[in-house]
Design a protein around this ligand. Sequence first.
Ligand SMILES: Cc1ncc(COP(=O)(O)O)c(C=O)c1O
Length: 347
Amino acid sequence: MIDLRSDTVTRPTPGMRAAIAAAEVGDEQMGEDPSVNELQERVAALLGQERAIFLPTATMANQIALKLHGRPGDVLIAEEHSHVVIYEFGGAAVHAGLLTVGLSGSGGRLTPEQVRAAASTVEDIVDQRPAVLVLENTHNVAGGRVWPLAEIDDVVAVARAARVGVHMDGARLFNAAVGLGVPPAEIGSRVDTVTVCLSKGLGCPLGACLAGPAELMEVAWREKFLFGGAMRQAGIVAAAALYALDNHVERLAVDHERARRLAEGWHAAGLPVELDRVETNFVQIDTSRLDMPRAEMLSALRAAGVALSPTFGPTHVRAVTHLDLDDADIDRAIEIVSETLVRHAAA
Ligand SMILES: Cc1ncc(COP(=O)(O)O)c(C=O)c1O
């Protein structure tokens, strides 16, 4: 099976397993795990932030960030299909007590005017405090789309003027950095707090970091305990992340190149793929332009040897490239998906 459902399906490589086996460990809760400590320091520096905290998941990192920025009754502003809005089980309300205002984005991005209007409408009319703006980069549901740096600056300026904190859900920030050809700190230092995930393109079995100013991260450290995310010999996992920082960041360019090749191959075969939306490791197919229901299409492809996954909304499916694929898998996926679907493509 050529598994293109997500970049989370990767299994640790032999090199990563060797790093895990050799990991130096200690009690993380006592601040004594050398691998965790090293990882936190490296991630903070990489993201241009003062301090980073190691956490089991990016969801936990986002949820802790929301609590750092807001108080119950405050407002979260985010693109309406952001992970924090549609995939975190209402955690913004449950954990931080925030009311979410979802805005309709383009390519997963919001304009300064939208943010200004959302921040001021909320405050002027109903006296609720807009506390945090979340930017997702790359944006998952939009298809791995990247925020240009100037656009980040524009919305951050509006947020700051409105005294709204900015959190970046950079679960795939390394993809964004490689996509733009800039160091990750160019992105991470532009916002107040930032999540990065280690179990997606970087190929770790689990883990994420939340980074930000030292003072806020002191609060985040307490929240890590409150969420049940304070671990013990977590260096076993942090060692995988250290290995990934050394070996799996620059190679994301290969995933991006393979996603482009997939997209071009499918497009050339007549499938409904919008090439200009392919910016990182995601390719989306618009199944509304095929005469086959999405679920049927996904099982036909699986039977033929390729696994794709539904993405948000009733019509699109996605392919996500990752570490566990090679060039031959991409060639086969181009062939199989084209052969299986092309007769269903509307003329
Ligand atoms: C944009 C984004 N943020 C956060 C997450 C959550 O990651 P985790 O599964 O580590 O909680 C995901 C997972 O797919 C994601 O795509």
